[in-house]
Design a protein around this ligand. Structure first.
Ligand SMILES: CC(C)(COP(=O)(O)OP(=O)(O)OC[C@H]1O[C@@H](n2cnc3c(N)ncnc32)[C@H](O)[C@@H]1OP(=O)(O)O)[C@@H](O)C(=O)NCCC(=O)NCCS
Length: 189
């Protein structure tokens, strides 16, 4: 699969990563270095999946859990200049990367990139079967650069709204997560 947005040009599964849909609470050791993402996996992922709120896929190399990604159906609004010229509406169906993490022991081996590629494949299947146009996520302030490297752009209208709200509530802008999207439509051939 060629992933245009990737700085590495081509996406390859050279870790022999296998994905398994969660089938029970996670008991394996996992530490991605962020408490929120660790706790989501150990305490909430299974409950959220059972309630139909999100589905979690766990990635393995050999027998070891190296990362996970949680996906949920969603929607984004792209009004004004962000609206797509040919669109019928400013609202678009989207697949949301609700959470993801890579165990620190495996950091820097492009596993995060492969998790996003997995989500991109899922989003394209949705696009084909039901309609879906974007892969979206909320990035922590310091993490937006990581997703920008993979082709995600900031949802400007939504981001301005979040920052206005934060200013009103006197919250620091670094606490505001960054709303991002990746257009999943394959390039015209
Ligand atoms: C974010 C995360 C999933 C990345 O996983 P990973 O497999 O280690 O990352 P990859 O190997 O795919 O990518 C590493 C590359 O991204 C770059 N990168 C990392 N953070 C970056 C940032 N904030 N801005 C720009 N580039 C960044 C690294 O420099 C590295 O590039 P290089 O190899 O050219 O030096 C992982 O760090 C993680 O689980 N973090 C904690 C949980 C988290 O933040 N989840 C996302 C919530 S928004």
């Amino acid at each position: 699969m060629v992933w245009k947005g990737s700085p590495h040009g081509e996406y390859r599964t050279d870790h022999e990563l296998t994905f398994r849909r969660l089938d029970g609470p996670v008991t394996e050791r996992f530490d991605c270095g962020e408490q929120d993402q660790n706790e989501f996996l150990s305490k909430h992922a299974w409950d959220q999946q059972q309630s139909g709120f999100s589905t979690t896929y766990v990635a393995y190399v050999g027998g070891m859990m190296v990362g996970y990604i949680s996906l949920a159906l969603s929607e984004i609004r792209l009004p004004g200049p962000e609206r797509l010229v040919s669109a019928f509406s400013s609202r678009f169906p989207a697949l949301n990367i609700a959470q993801m993490g890579v165990d620190q022991r495996f950091a820097g081996h492009r596993i995060g990139e492969e998790l996003v590629a997995f989500a991109l494949n899922r989003a394209r299947t949705l696009m084909n079967d039901y309609g879906c146009r974007f892969l979206i996520l909320d990035a922590a302030h310091g993490r937006a650069g990581y997703y920008a490297r993979l082709g995600f752009v900031v949802n400007l209208h939504e981001q301005e709204r979040r920052e206005r709200e934060a200013k009103k509530q006197k919250r620091p802008l670094e606490d505001v997560s960054v709303s991002m999207r990746l257009d999943i439509r394959p390039p015209a051939t």
